[in-house]
Design a protein around this ligand. Structure first.
Ligand code: ZN
Ligand code: ZN
Length: 366
C-alpha cells in the first residue's frame, strides 16, 4: 500500500485538485497544472520506492499515478500510515481513501486502498470549491429561522469537508415481453334503449428498454437520507478515475460489493421495464397483464466516486444534525437544529406585539 502526495515541481508545495479550474493547484505558489502535466511529473525513483511485496495490481496503480510513495506501516489491513510530508502517523478508518495529515494538514491519498478491485471505474470531480460551498451553506443557514448561533461560528464552518462517496452506477438493457387482456367499453343509446358494448382484446408488447445511471450506495456507514438527498448527479460528466482528483479532499472506498447490490438493482430495473411496457398499452378501459418476461441482454456496473460537501453538527439532545450539498450541482439536503430559546423569545415578542395591538384596539374602541 502506498501513500500518495502530489508535489509542485516549482516549489515542492502540495498540489490539490481545484474545482474551479478543474486543474491541479499549488497552494503556495499558485501554479496550475493540467492532468497531462500531472501525469508527466512521475519521478524516476518511483520503482525503487515500490515495496517488493506489492501485488501486480498495486504496482500497476502505483505506476499510474503516484510520484511520491511511502510504505504503509502495518500491512494490508493496517489503519496507520506515515505522512509523506512530516513523517507523522496518520490514523484512518478502514474505508478512508483520502484524508489530511492531522499534524501538517497536507492532503494524502491512500493509493493502496483504491487499487486492484477497489480501483474506482469513474469519478465525478468536485465542480464547487470550498469557498463557494461555504457561501451557499451560510446563505442556506441564514434563510432558516431559529438556528443556534454555534452553527455559524468559524470553527464549525472549518469542519465543512468535501468528501468523495462510493456508489455503484448500473446501466442495463432489458428485453421485455408482455401479454395482456384489455377491454374497451362503449355505452350508447338508441331510442329509449341504452346499449353497452364490451370488446375484448389480446394485447402483446415486446421491446428493448434501456435504463441508465441507476445509483446504489456502496458504503455501509453512509447516512441514507443524506446520500439520497443530494441526488441526482449529471453522470454524463463522469470521468475515468484518477487519484489526482482526490488530492485536497476526503474520500471513502466502497465496502459494499457488486454482488450485494445487484439483485436489488435488477429487481428495480425489472419493475421499471414492466411499468414502461404496461404504460405503452393505452386507449383501453381496463388492462390486465397476464404474462410478462424480462431478460437483461446487457448490464454494466461502474464503481463511481461522487462528490459531496458536508458538515455535521452535534445537537444538545444527542442527535447529530447534518447538512450536505451535491459537489457537482449544488443541490442541498439538510436537517438543521432548532434553537428553542430563540423560538420561545420570538413567541414572547409576538405575544407582546399582539397584546399591544389589542391594547391599541381597545383604546380606539374606548
Ligand atoms: Zn508551487
Ligand atoms: Zn504530515
Amino acid at each position: 500500500m502506498s501513500v500518495i502526495s502530489y508535489k509542485c515541481p516549482n516549489c515542492d508545495g502540495e498540489l490539490i485538485f481545484d474545482p474551479k479550474t478543474q486543474k491541479y493547484k499549488c497552494e503556495y505558489c499558485f501554479s496550475l497544472f493540467d492532468q497531462a502535466q500531472l501525469d508527466a511529473m512521475k519521478p524516476d525513483t518511483q520503482e525503487e520506492q515500490t515495496d517488493s511485496t506489492k501485488d501486480s495490481y498495486e504496482a500497476e496503480s502505483a505506476k499510474e499515478d503516484a510520484f511520491e510513495q511511502f510504505d504503509e506501516q502495518n500491512g494490508e489491513d493496517g489503519m496507520i500510515y506515515t505522512c509523506p510530508s512530516c513523517g507523522a502517523q496518520i490514523v484512518t478508518d478502514a474505508t478512508t481513501a483520502a484524508t489530511f495529515c492531522y499534524y501538517c494538514h497536507n492532503p494524502v491519498v491512500l493509493g493502496g486502498r483504491l487499487s486492484g478491485e477497489n480501483m474506482p471505474d469513474k469519478i465525478i470531480p468536485f465542480a464547487i470549491d470550498k469557498k463557494e460551498a461555504e457561501k451557499k451553506f451560510l446563505d442556506y443557514v441564514n434563510s432558516k429561522k431559529f438556528i443556534p448561533r454555534a452553527f455559524f461560528n468559524k470553527k464549525q464552518i472549518e469542519l465543512f469537508s468535501g468528501v468523495y462517496f462510493p456508489y455503484w452506477i448500473y446501466n442495463t438493457s432489458i428485453k421485455g415481453r408482455m401479454t395482456a387482456e384489455a377491454k374497451k367499453v362503449r355505452v350508447y343509446r338508441h331510442g329509449d334503449t341504452e346499449f353497452t358494448e364490451t370488446s375484448f382484446y389480446e394485447v402483446e408488447r415486446e421491446g428493448n428498454i434501456q435504463l441508465q445511471d441507476m445509483t446504489e450506495n456502496a458504503l455501509k456507514k453512509a447516512n441514507h437520507v443524506l446520500a439520497d438527498g443530494v441526488m441526482p448527479y449529471r453522470m454524463e460528466d463522469a470521468k475515468a478515475f484518477n487519484f489526482g482528483f482526490l488530492s485536497g479532499f476526503l474520500a471513502e472506498k466502497k465496502d459494499i460489493e457488486k454482488d450485494e447490490v445487484s439483485a436489488a438493482l435488477q429487481a428495480e430495473a425489472k419493475d421499471y421495464a414492466d411499468k414502461m411496457l404496461r404504460e405503452s398499452i393505452d386507449g383501453y378501459s381496463s388492462v390486465h397483464s397476464r404474462n410478462s418476461s424480462f431478460s437483461a441482454n446487457k448490464e454494466e456496473y461502474a464503481y463511481t466516486l461522487l462528490p459531496v460537501w458536508t458538515i455535521t453538527y452535534p445537537g444538545k439532545n444527542g442527535k447529530t444534525y447534518y447538512y450536505s450539498m451535491n459537489g457537482q450541482t449544488g443541490k442541498i439536503c439538510g436537517e438543521l437544529p432548532v434553537d428553542y430559546k430563540k423560538v420561545a423569545l420570538t413567541a414572547l415578542i409576538s405575544g407582546v406585539a399582539a397584546l399591544l395591538i389589542g391594547l391599541l384596539g381597545g383604546y380606539f374602541i374606548w
